[in-house]
Design a protein around this ligand. Structure first.
Ligand code: SF4
Ligand code: SF4
Ligand code: SF4
Ligand code: FES
Length: 759
């Protein structure tokens, strides 16, 4: 840091040079001076109500709240003295005046900030003998339970709900000593992220799905990476024996890229792990049209190897297609590619992702934006997508960049998504014209054609372009899955196009799955899944995870597939693949394996085994290795995730030199080095785009509806639908008659209603 930006502050007699503009509470903590606090929460608006963070500052008349003080040059501060301790003890006594002191029956007991600070800073005796206010414990939603008496009114919950989630679903009601945290109409119709639960320093807001089941010290806590979207949140898997019983964000004193943020999926979407419908043993269908019959691993592997060898013998190695699902670990996908290319010798392999990132990475003209870059960007451009529903951490970062960082946010979307409330410019385009937006921004010569098709004024694109090119600081360009390959290439090169003096242009793709980026990296050089599945020369398919392509369950194996092997967690009654599958192998879930996922920042993060693989399931990488051995006696496969990752570090250029020890510290994630290509001539891509844009309908009406909260988040998928409470949300989250009891025990959701609402 530039020395001229440093100022001198003296804390407890020691001089420190700190950044100009630093907040005193942060500086004291950074220099290892303990300061208690409840209401202060870094990166949220100040509340300054708990008065626990008191310090003495020379020349100031009274004790000061360090959370509200910005350091000035020459400031002399005392954090510990009899006077300060006495004030803090009094504050805690007041905070506890109406508290029921029922720690032995409180779910938060053992990991409660109020409990800890009372031990560290408070009196151990209570002098208040007045009658306390009484409010019964209740549910605020299927996910959020509430014991209002324990509240200390720090308002972390209300600020998080407003500033992170943009929802204002929870607020303080009543006045004075009767103030309570509550919600409109007594029921929470929100995105059910549970972040209000996570940040609550007391046992007031609690996980309604895990209530009264376990004490925190009975759980093993394993730090891992979320298995849902591509944001890659760090989380702590709480397990007891062989059961995963809860998931919370990282330990609140250590920050992963998401801090204490998780969305409804990451936090409440874990019951699939121990679900009774998990595939328990290998299954073989010995005859087409016959039943799947339980088998041993030995039988299933030998049967599969024999059928694959017969097909290879008859039709050649390229008659075997291999597809990896982007939910699998890098280690599994790398092993799968080896199985395809080295053991079988097939060029027909690929990732079965909903949209391919190949055109983007092949033309990558600048670095990937991290979530921190998004939070501190000066200008954010989002083309298509709906991150608040599909990549909720990215959505939260955009919201905070605007609300807490005054960033400009240019939203180009055919849907009036909720994030438009934060947009400084909303360019509302016709449905299906996202490609035209890329053409208009990237190629000035086509702006008139493109704007006509989008149904917007040329001036709107000019204003967006001006905002980008006048930015001093970071511009982040994000895009959703609507873009064609040529448009993705155009976005990837926008870094080169808009970069300038004092301006970085960073890119942030928004793929759908936890390891979409890793799957692209591990299976690079492969084929598009949709092409592979239409190839009539393919006679056998190895599916590591059910393909996640557009069209979902209606996708089918290739027209001439004689043999299909699938490894998965659950069988699906509606999937065409499952109807035609010949061998099913039970795969382990993310909670049962070691490995890595690569997120949309390009961060490669650890997945850690919280419980042993359930039933007879095996990690995906091991299934690939054992199948290779069964097919060709290929024993060249590494037999531990760390050894496979070392091999990835030797053979995948973006991961060059990486080893597990480099990934130990989640507070400091490692970004893989995707190759950045210099400015490219995109005339071919522009010609393709222009042709596509010319064919667009310029009479269609614009979509005027704003999609409801949760329309994507709550959508039942093979994993999230195993969380029983999700079905209540899908069915409109009805308020039960009795809010003292979980709605799960009061409202039964009819199967048809579930599917109807989901559709
Ligand atoms: S669950 Fe999330 S959206 Fe709902 S009230 Fe809590 S913080 Fe707000
Ligand atoms: S419910 Fe929790 S987070 Fe909200 S004000 Fe009360 S103590 Fe603070
Ligand atoms: S935002 Fe994405 S990565 Fe984070 S908890 Fe939600 S689904 Fe998981
Ligand atoms: S932390 Fe400073 S007043 Fe609450």
């Amino acid at each position: 840091m530039d020395q001229s930006e440093l100022i001198k502050v003296t804390i407890n007699g020691t001089d420190f040079h700190v950044a100009k503009g630093a907040r005193l509470i942060d500086v004291c903590r950074e220099k290892s001076f303990d300061i208690p606090s409840f209401c202060y929460y870094a990166d949220l608006a100040l509340q300054a109500s708990c008065r626990m963070c008191l310090v003495r500052i020379e020349k100031m008349p009274k004790l000061q709240t360090s959370c509200t003080i910005i350091c000035t040059d020459g400031m002399i501060v005392t954090t510990q003295s009899e006077e300060i301790q006495k004030a803090q003890r009094s504050m805690l006594e007041f905070l506890l005046a109406n508290h029921p002191l029922d720690c032995p029956v409180c779910d938060r007991g053992g990991e409660c900030e109020l409990q800890e600070q009372t031990f560290d800073w408070g009196n151990l005796e209570e002098r208040f003998t007045e009658k306390k206010n009484y409010h019964p414990e209740k549910y605020l939603s299927p996910m959020v339970a509430n014991d209002p008496q324990r509240c200390i009114l720090c308002k972390r919950c209300t600020r998080v709900c407003d500033e992170w989630m943009g929802e204002q679903a929870i607020e303080a009601g009543n006045r004075g000593a009767n103030t309570v945290i509550g919600t409109y109409g007594g029921w929470l119709n929100c995105s059910q992220c549970g972040n209000c639960i996570e940040v609550c320093p007391t046992g007031t807001l609690l996980d309604g799905t895990y209530r009264h089941q376990h004490r925190p010290w009975e759980l093993n806590q394993t730090v891992s990476t979320c298995t849902y979207c591509s944001d890659g949140c760090q989380l702590s898997v709480g397990s007891r024996g062989s059961e995963v019983v809860r998931i919370v964000a990282r330990d609140r004193y250590v920050n992963g890229l998401n801090g204490e943020f998780l969305c409804v999926k990451g936090r409440f979407g874990h019951p699939f792990i121990n679900h009774p419908e998990r595939i328990r043993t290998p299954l073989i269908r010995y005859q087409k049209g016959g039943k799947l019959v339980p088998a041993t691993w030995d039988e299933a592997l030998r049967f599969t190897a024999r059928r694959l060898s017969e097909i290879k013998e008859a039709h050649g190695p390229n008659s075997i297609g291999v597809l990896g699902n982007p939910r699998l670990t890098n280690e599994a996908l790398y092993s799968l590619r080896k199985l395809a290319t080295d053991t079988i010798g097939s060029e027909n392999y690929g990732t079965s992702d909903r949209f391919s990132l190949k055109p983007f990475f092949d033309n990558l003209g600048g670095p990937l934006a991290t979530h921190r870059d998004i939070r501190y960007a000066k200008t954010i451009v989002l083309i298509g997508g709906e991150p608040e529903e599909l990549q909720p951490l990215s959505g939260k970062q955009i919201r905070q960049a605007v609300r807490n960082g005054n960033a400009q946010f240019i939203l180009i979307n055919s849907v009036r998504i909720r994030l438009r409330e934060q947009a400084s410019q909303f360019i509302h385009i016709r449905p299906g014209t996202e490609d035209a937006a890329v053409l208009a921004l990237a190629n000035a010569a086509d702006v008139e054609l493109a704007t006509r098709k989008m149904g917007v004024d040329v001036a709107e694109i000019d204003a967006a372009r001006k905002a980008i090119t006048e930015t001093q600081g970071d511009v982040v360009i994000m895009f959703g899955g609507e873009l064609s390959a040529a448009a993705q290439a155009g976005v990837a090169q926008m870094s080169q196009l808009f970069v300038g003096e004092g301006r970085r242009v960073l890119l942030h793709p928004l793929p759908l799955y936890n390891n979409s980026v890793g799957a692209h990296d591990m299976l690079r050089g492969g084929k598009e899944a949709s092409t592979l599945l239409q190839d009539e020369h393919i006679r056998a398919l190895i599916l590591a995870g059910r393909p996640l392509l557009p069209g979902g369950d209606a996708n089918e194996p290739t027209p001439n597939a004689e043999f299909v092997v699938l490894w998965e967690l659950f069988l699906s009654e509606v999937s065409e693949f499952d109807r035609q599958v010949d061998v099913v192998l039970p795969a382990a879930s993310f909670a049962e394996v070691d490995g890595t996922f690569t997120n949309n920042d390009g961060f490669v993060q650890r997945v850690r085994k919280a419980i042993e693989p359930l039933h007879q399931s095996k990690p995906d990488w091991l299934i690939a290795a054992q199948l290779a051995n069964a097919i060709g006696g290929d024993t060249s496969f590494e037999t531990s995730p760390s050894a496979i990752f070392r091999e990835i570090g030797e053979h995948v250029p973006a991961y060059s030199g990486l080893r597990y020890p480099h990934l130990k510290d989640e507070t400091n994630p490692v970004q893989v080095q995707h190759e950045i290509v210099a400015q490219r001539d995109l005339s071919n891509e522009f010609a393709i785009l222009r042709k596509a844009v010319e064919a667009m309908d310029d009479t269609a009406n614009k979509d005027q509806l704003t999609p409801g909260v949760g329309h994507e988040l709550f959508k039942p998928g093979p994993l999230i639908e195993k969380t029983p409470q999700i079905h209540l949300l899908v069915a409109g989250n009805p308020k039960p008659e009795n809010i003292l009891v979980s709605p799960l025990y009061q409202i039964s959701i009819d199967e048809n209603l579930k599917r109807e609402v989901a559709a």
